[in-house]
Design a protein around this ligand. Structure first.
Ligand code: DI6
Ligand code: FE
Length: 400
């Protein structure tokens, strides 16, 4: 049994009460990877007096960070497309001309599972270096049963190779591969549904996602996908209202989705549906920034309705080639006008909720996994404030 007592720190528990759930002069006791104690240093139960003490030098301690929406496993890159967009082409034009997600599909199909792991590792390591302990990874660039499963196997292996919890999503309903052009319903019936069954059987999928958009799938098409997920007992989530308003978030909420993601074009009806069904809003400022989007997600409406807001990198080769969750927090504040406290909640407590892991991670409290980030910082707002600077001192935990 390993028992350690962390002392001398400022604890941002993210549990409510004071801003950031701040506690001064408290110790955190860790036993077998769980938080066994959060108590004032002067009132430690006698059992803890002999524990190994770790002095954190007055530093700020937060829950380890959680990136709850990534497409971090993929082949190739899309730097050429970046150039094309700067020459005036839009993301949708590039997608319709066979670029975009479909070009990454070709590179992903051509890559072996080993190559996918190799190319994702530096991005995973960049996140871990910023105190991230949990990363969600979606399929969605294979667009066939074989290659979608290959992506998720690569994702699982990343979790074995590094001290990080990987949560996977089956996102075969991301784009239509060329061989199914004009036959979206056949694609769903022949690839999305049977592949999902297999992914579930092999323990490769923790949830099911889809891209609900004019250039992707309609709510009616997603209905079949969600119904199948529900028969398999898999939670659902949806990319919704990223480029236009198809009512995807309200549709997802009615199906009990754990999150609806992107949401730039979300309207009040969508916000209310999410509030009513407890669906978490996942905002992705990296995609907003990269696509030079001007439509802002309705942050104030989400706040007023009490919808929990998470923030994630959306790390992917097209719309968000971003592997920094700290920079994402900064963007959430500067671009979306979220507060630094909301940004930190967005990558801790609310990111855990977006993954259905609120019981396990996301706040510092007794009983949860002991996954903490120790920062060379005093004020929690420092985490969102700097640009391109990583003040991580130490990450505690993260192994499953
Ligand atoms: N929305 C996005 O921003 C990513 N996927 C999605 O549904 C982009 C994926 C890509 O462009 O490769
Ligand atoms: Fe995404």
């Amino acid at each position: 049994m390993t028992t350690r007592l962390f002392v001398n720190m400022r604890l941002a528990t993210m549990r409510g009460g004071a801003p950031y759930g701040l506690l001064e002069g408290h110790a955190v006791g860790v036993e077998n990877g769980r938080i066994a104690l959060v108590a004032p240093e002067g009132e430690l139960p006698s059992g803890w007096h002999g524990a190994e003490r770790v002095d954190l030098g007055g530093r700020l301690v937060t829950p380890a960070l959680i990136d709850c929406h990534t497409h971090i496993v993929f082949g190739g890159n899309r730097a050429r497309e970046f150039e094309m967009r700067l020459e005036g082409a839009s993301y949708e034009e590039i997608a319709r001309a066979g670029g975009g997600i479909v070009s990454t599909m070709s590179a992903t199909r051509a890559a072996s599972e080993d190559e996918l792991v190799e190319s994702a590792l530096p991005r995973i390591d960049a996140l871990i270096a910023e105190g991230v302990s949990t990363i969600e990874i979606k399929s969605g660039y294979g667009l066939s049963v074989e290659h979608e499963l290959k992506m998720l196997r690569a994702a699982r292996r990343l979790g074995e190779m590094r001290p990080v919890r990987i949560v996977t999503s089956w996102l075969a309903a991301h784009a239509l591969p060329p061989e199914f052009k004009g036959r979206a319903d056949d694609y769903i019936g022949e690839v999305v549904l049977p592949g999902m069954t297999q992914a579930k059987a092999e323990g490769l999928a923790d949830a099911v996602d889809g891209f609900c958009e004019g250039i992707a799938f309609s709510p009616d098409q997603m209905q079949r996908v969600f119904e199948h997920a529900q028969t398999l007992g898999l939670p659902v989530k949806l990319h919704a209202e990223q480029l236009s308003n198809l009512g995807g978030a309200a549709f997802a909420a009615r199906h009990g989705a754990i999150s609806a993601d992107h949401l730039e074009y979300l309207d009040a009806a969508g916000v209310n549906a999410m509030a009513e069904h407890g669906t978490v809003a996942v905002l992705l400022p990296g995609a907003f920034y990269t696509l030079r989007e001007t439509q802002l997600p309705p942050v104030q409406l989400l706040r007023e309705a009490g919808v929990p807001i998470a923030v994630a990198t959306d790390c992917n080769p097209g719309s968000s080639p971003l592997a920094s969750l700290l920079l994402t927090m900064n963007m959430a504040c500067t671009l979306f006008r979220m507060t630094p406290e909301e940004a930190l909640a967005g990558v801790t407590r609310n990111a855990a909720a977006a993954l259905g892991l609120s019981e396990e991670i996301g706040t510092i409290e007794q009983g949860k996994a002991a996954e903490l980030a120790v920062w060379n910082a005093g004020e929690p707002a420092e985490l969102a404030y700097r640009i391109g600077f990583n003040p991580l001192h130490l990450r505690i935990g993260g192994e499953n």
